[in-house]
Design a protein. Structure first.
Length: 467
């Protein structure tokens, strides 16, 4: 397995910083606050030389609001050339999937993650309400907020992932990913929920114990200031925690203003790996390098809201590109996945990113990409027995209004050239464009898909069963 060396990363970073230098003199660009590109944690963090003036996105004012609204009307008609056959627009399977639907739960409030407890009940995180346990018959428990380090009256503070430890039946430990901007950030305005908060220390990873009466969390311990704005977390086969940390991204933000995915002193735009107590595993690829954060497992990631292990123990992510260029990546130790140096997407302004460069030596290609965007969210590999034809297929919940809002099934095949997608199928389109946040395989072998429509009647969890 090839490991990216610091020489390669240094060259990439130097090139990016030289590109950014003229931008730092532009008006309306905020300087990088201490902690966003630093080595260390908290007030004692040390900003690496050369990062102090890395530009940040402009403040969200009325001019920026108009720009964002205009960009929302743009149609993505970009069709970049793939690097190999089958990297995009794979054919439909020869036989469409046959399944029937049941409603496993309903009345949820803006859910983000879905996990199964050892007894088969579902643990759901709701971004603005807390944790909720759903019984096997679909009965919803009351929201669990006691012990959570979140003020839900502040819209900028949100709960993301909540996953049970693999030994939860014994230790009752949960791992949490959540957003809590520092006090200086204040709250976000009405209608700005999807515009990133321009401060570091937004995404945090922690662990806590669920009380025996399931009414509160206890013994909360912050494991890592992940620095990004949102991401996903999963416990690997080795017991370690893998976390994605998204850099600031979205309409109104230029990629050239936010290059943390390539900066070795920042955790943003990376896949991270830590122990369950927050310490750094000794076998992480950049341990011992004073100029690189040791938590980094892989570089060059954008907004990866999907993470899963396959049956062979390989780590996969799916990330939101900018305007188009959503990717599925097979993540390997120490490698660099290219963003924002290479991308199959464009800026939201429809400008090309880095001149439209989609490949470069030393940077990994995605296994698959989409244009236009599908907005991937939660994903899972199916390993159950109810659908033998789905075994080892990848399922991805999607949210984009144009061609997303469905669950995508990708059939994968291992070839001498690497993993390839041989077919793509869209599921649950019969529901009329539901916005799917999460998909998981249940202990019963059924597939569960959770919506995030933010509708008045609340969100649902659908159960897919054989006909």
């Amino acid at each position: 397995m090839r490991v990216v060396t610091w020489r390669c990363i240094t060259g990439v970073t130097a090139a990016l910083l030289s590109t950014l230098a003229p931008l730092s003199a532009q008006t309306g660009i905020q300087k990088l606050p201490i902690g966003a590109g630093a080595v260390g944690k908290g007030p004692d963090a040390i900003v690496l030389p050369g990062y102090e003036d890395a530009p940040r996105p402009p403040a969200f004012d009325e001019q920026k609001r108009r720009e964002v609204l205009e960009q929302a009307t743009f149609v993505d008609d970009h069709t970049p050339q793939p690097a190999f056959l089958g990297q995009t627009r794979a054919p439909k399977p020869a036989q469409p999937s046959q399944y029937r639907l049941e409603i496993a739960a309903e009345g949820l409030d803006r859910p983000w993650s879905l996990a199964f407890l050892p007894d088969g009940r579902m643990l759901v995180s709701e971004t603005a309400s807390g944790l909720r346990i759903v019984e096997r018959d679909g009965t919803r428990g009351e929201p669990i907020t006691a012990g959570l380090p979140i003020d839900f009256s502040n819209r900028a503070q949100q709960l993301l992932d909540a996953i049970p430890d693999r030994d939860f039946a014994r230790n009752r430990t949960l791992y949490l990913l959540y957003r809590t901007p520092p006090p200086a950030a204040g709250d976000i305005g009405e209608g700005e929920e999807d515009f990133p908060v321009h401060y570091p220390q937004v995404e945090m990873a922690a662990r806590a114990r669920l009380s025996a009466d399931e009414r509160r969390l206890t013994d909360l311990e912050v494991l890592l200031n992940v620095q990004g704005i949102e991401g996903r977390m999963i416990q690997g086969p080795d017991g370690k925690l893998f976390i994605t940390s998204g850099p600031l991204a979205g309409r109104g933000i230029l990629t050239s203003h936010w290059t943390q995915s390539q900066l070795p002193g920042s955790l943003m735009g990376k896949v991270l790996r830590i122990d369950t107590d927050g310490s750094v595993p000794f076998d992480n690829p950049f341990v011992g390098r004073a100029d690189t954060r040791p938590e980094i497992w892989a570089f060059g990631v954008r907004d990866a809201q999907s993470i899963a292990f396959d049956r062979a123990g390989r780590l996969w992510t799916a990330e939101n590109g900018p305007m188009g260029g959503d990717e599925v990546n097979l993540i390997e130790k120490g490698k660099n996945y290219g963003f924002p140096i290479i991308s199959y997407g464009r800026e939201y302004s429809r400008e090309l990113i880095n001149g439209g460069l989609t490949a470069k030596d030393g940077l990994e290609q995605p296994v698959y990409f989409w244009t236009p965007s599908v907005a991937p969210s939660g994903m899972t590999f199916y390993t159950g027995e109810l659908f033998p034809e789905w075994r080892d297929n990848l399922f991805i919940a999607t949210m984009a209004p144009r061609i997303g809002r469905k669950v995508i099934r990708l059939e994968l095949e291992e070839t001498p050239q690497g993993m390839r997608v041989v077919s793509e199928e869209w599921l649950l389109t019969e529901l009329g464009g539901k916005r799917f946040r999460e998909v998981k395989q249940g202990p019963d072998g059924a597939l569960y898909a959770m919506t995030d429509d933010r509708s008045a009647e609340g969100d649902k969890i659908y159960r897919l069963l054989p006909r």
